[in-house]
Write a protein that binds this ligand. Structure first.
Ligand code: PLP
Length: 445
């Protein structure tokens, strides 16, 4: 198939899954790749675009995962491809810390403009979400000259040593990998589906801050780090008022408020950033995943005074803000702005919530349907209870995979089906993908 032929926007299965080419590649994977690196599906990708991933056997799969919230502007998005191609022909790397280049500065300017708050900001670029979270903590410690970090139940911040300590879930992220970094404390979250109905956002914030006061104390606390909507932890959207109350407490107590927008950022939630919904202005905003159309890039953006605390040379890395990734990020941002993708995410939200709520009305194992924009989840439980049913989530996901729909699971209890379609998916494909999920759920009765 010539490279320029667009990927046909239809689900089409031409073999059993996995097909023979994928099965052969999976054998090679088993012999060559460390088994600790698992895969959700047993098929290998060949091409992708719009709302479709094509595997090496020619099967066309509906993409409800975006490579875990990364290809928000679509796979091989035209502006991204063009920008990377042009940059690759000019130069691929010099190291910004050796001979700097304009792309890095332009990405920093864009992030300073787009992230919540219109105060003066500075940005530093890195490679992965975890690396950016680590750097946000370094910057907060350097600025406050304090050490402790507060994170939340169900949090996910990455797989490096410090971010493993910050991540809540043992299996698979931490098990056997300790000892972990110290001075990390965990506070209770607002989790409307599981909280008592009397616990509104304000009450949940008081509950969390009480734990922080008792176990850490603001005078030792450098940063409070929170995902405005939790990702791996189960797409948990805190009750209204929770985030503003935490941000206000941080401001009053000399604690740096860090929003980990790695999964929620760049139009994913129907706002450019999830913090925008309640007008929360973080001191530092951490971004990655959706930032660069699939190229590895991450950033810490925040108040100029805080960002300027570390000494010259204290921040950086060989590849941080790689020129190809910067070119891709500028193209991805232009795509979000020019193609109205924030509004598109809200359209996807309406379609998904409507369909999933109709499924919920007919199925008492669907405990909760929640989320914003193109970040929507279904929490599966034992009928008419809140008792998690991870086996059901696995079964439904596997059945959907067999029918050519890429879906992911998440949640501390592993009982959440999550949907993260690229914003370039058509309504028709999205509806068909959800039909397949509904049928998969129905088949488990
Ligand atoms: C994925 C994720 C990370 C880690 O990002 P990597 O690029 O995988 O290191 C951190 N925080 C959140 C909220 C994430 O979803």
């Amino acid at each position: 198939m010539p490279e320029s032929t667009p990927v046909a926007q239809e689900r089409r299965l031409v073999t059993e899954l996995p097909g023979p080419r994928s099965a052969e590649l999976m054998q090679r994977k088993h012999s060559a790749v460390a088994p600790g690196v698992g895969t959700t599906m047993p098929v290998f990708a060949a091409r992708a675009g719009g709302g479709i991933v094509v595997d090496v056997d020619g099967n066309h799969l509906i993409d409800l995962g975006s490579g875990i919230a990364v290809t928000t502007v679509g796979n091989s998005a035209p502006r991204v491809v063009e920008a990377v191609r042009e940059q690759a022909g000019a130069f691929t790397h010099t190291c910004f810390m050796v001979t700097p280049y304009e792309g890095y500065v332009a990405v920093a300017e864009a992030l300073n403009r787009l992230t919540p708050g219109d105060h003066e900001k500075r940005t530093a670029l890195f490679n992965s979400g975890a690396e950016a979270v680590e750097n946000a903590v370094k910057i907060a410690r350097s600025y406050t000259r304090k050490q402790a970090v507060v994170v939340f139940d169900h949090a996910y911040h990455g797989r490096t040593n410090l971010t493993m300590a910050m991540t809540a879930k043992n299996m698979p992220y931490k098990h056997g990998f300790g000892p972990f970094a110290g001075e990390v404390y965990r506070a209770p979250l607002s989790y409307p589906f599981r909280d008592d109905k009397s616990v509104d956002g304000q009450a949940a914030a008081r509950r969390a801050l009480d734990v922080v006061d008792k176990q850490v104390g603001a005078e030792s606390l450098a940063a409070l780090v929170i995902e405005p909507i939790q990702g791996e932890g189960g797409f948990i959207e805190p009750a209204p008022g929770f985030l503003p109350a935490l941000a206000e407490w941080c401001r009053a107590n000399g604690v740096v408020f860090v929003a980990d927008e790695v999964q929620t950022g760049f139009a994913r939630t129907g706002d450019l950033f999830a913090c925008d919904r309640e007008g929360v202005v973080p001191d530092l905003t951490v971004t990655a995943k959706g930032i660069a159309g699939g190229l590895p890039l991450s950033a810490v953006t925040g108040r100029a005074g805080i960002m300027s605390a570390p000494h010259v040379g204290g921040l950086g890395g060989t590849y941080g803000g790689n020129p190809l990734a910067c070119a891709a990020a500028l193209a991805a941002i232009e795509t979000i702005e020019s193609d109205g993708l924030v509004a598109r995410a809200r359209g996807i939200e309406r379609l998904m919530l409507d369909r999933l709520r109709r499924i919920q009305a007919d199925d008492d194992r669907v405990g909760d349907v929640r989320g914003r924009g193109a970040m929507i989840a279904v929490e599966l439980v034992r009928p008419r209870s809140t008792e998690p049913d991870p086996a059901l989530a696995r079964e439904v996901a596997t059945a959907a995979h067999q029918q050519g729909v890429i879906t992911l699971t998440c949640g501390t209890y592993g009982n959440v089906l999550r949907f993260l379609p690229p914003l370039t998916i058509s309504d028709a494909l999205l509806a068909e993908g959800l039909d397949v999920v509904a049928a998969a759920l129905g088949s488990t009765r």
